[in-house]
Design a protein around this ligand. Sequence first.
Ligand code: ZN
Length: 489
Amino acid sequence: MTQAMRVFAAALATESNSFSPVPTSLRSFHEGLYYNGRDQDVPLDRPGAEGLRAWRDGAAASGFDFILGPMAFAEPSGPTVAPAYAALRDEILAGVRAALPLDVVLLHLHGAMIVEGCDDAEGDLIADVRAVVGDRVTIGVLIDPHAHLTRRMVEGATLLSAYHQWPHTDVAERAAHLFALAVEAATGAIRPVASVFDCRMISSYPTRPAPMARFVADMAQAETRRPVLSVDLIHGFPWGDTAETGTRMLVWTDQAQVEGAALAEAFGRRLFTERDALTLKLDMTLDQALDHISQPAEGLSVLCDVGDVVPAGAPGDSTFVLRRVLERGIANLCFGPLWDPMATAICLDAGIGARLPLRIGGKAGKASGDPVDVMATVRAILTAAIEPVGRQFGDRVWVTLDQDIDLILHSVRASTEAIAAVTDLGLDPRTRRAFIGKMLMHGGTAFAPIASEVITVATPGTLTFPERDIPLTKRTGAWWPKVADPFRE
Ligand SMILES: [Zn+2]
């Protein structure tokens, strides 16, 4: 190639929980992580931008022309309202058109974005980009493994790959892997073909425990043997209600369809065979967990309120755990951030030191439970200008309830899994018997360094566990654990 290769990259991502009553709007993206694609030197240093940064760095290292398009990430929530998606899609398409001629388009998407009237937003966007650039341009797509891998997504992209790890600690690595393959495809050195195997499972697969870590290591090993190019387990997102919800294996080869299909099926059947060891099991019921922390212990117990996990799209304002704690008279606890703009505003107005009646949480919908009335003292306030963990929380306050329980309230719905969401306010959870947060994998990892144990707790809420009981209405065909053996149905 005589001229430098021209690479365009953009991002649009959110994970849509069909059971959340909180819609995702343009404001949700602007409050999440948003950049309009005009300033090419934007630092890309905030959490979420790792993929785009890896692509920009890769292009710079290769001497390519790199055009950075728009980037928009919203906190997982309910489906995205149609005008918001249309506006963000059109910004990306305008960016692609302005950057032509191109050799490569790289898109960092989620894969589980549902828009009002369209269950497959990523398939839609990839098709629109393809219509702009034509068949000869390479389109490489990076997704989150908690995706609905649709036929349309695979057919529209030249290559599509996901992160291997959950928690998602390998975004930059997987972006670099995709970048290298996309460059090979653009030069004609490889011709990627996809093979998909439907595992007929809807479940959750943390990749840190040894059995799943081995599975991931074997996927990575398989990728090193050409003609295999890329091997991904698409975990699926169980709380997105679509016809294609579920777990799939995706293998790309260099024109070796038969070999790719056999490899995808081998990994997929292994996942099913080893399912008892590979899938997430929750540790305790709510009352078991509260019995446990009622007993004295040396270290800090961390409880994950799994029914209301914000990074899986739940509202983050449920009160089931707080109510049960108060009913049982358990004290000496610390609750992580709970989304309540009104209570937060009241505390801000009352000021530090004020003791006041507060009505907390239980606003977003039935799955949030009812509000809880308490007497509380305002201990610390942080206003919206401070964003220590990369995303906005809005205003945050630390209150101590009369029952000797610390609680954080915040005004903008956001992931509160980072330990800084608590400690920025001057609150050290280690001063308490237990910390209770609306988090799952990432949160457990974040709090592990200060915890003597991290316990996942089955709680009521937007995230129904076990997955068998999720009220999915659109998925067709048999799937485990709804049926014992979906391959025999
Ligand atoms: Zn994910």
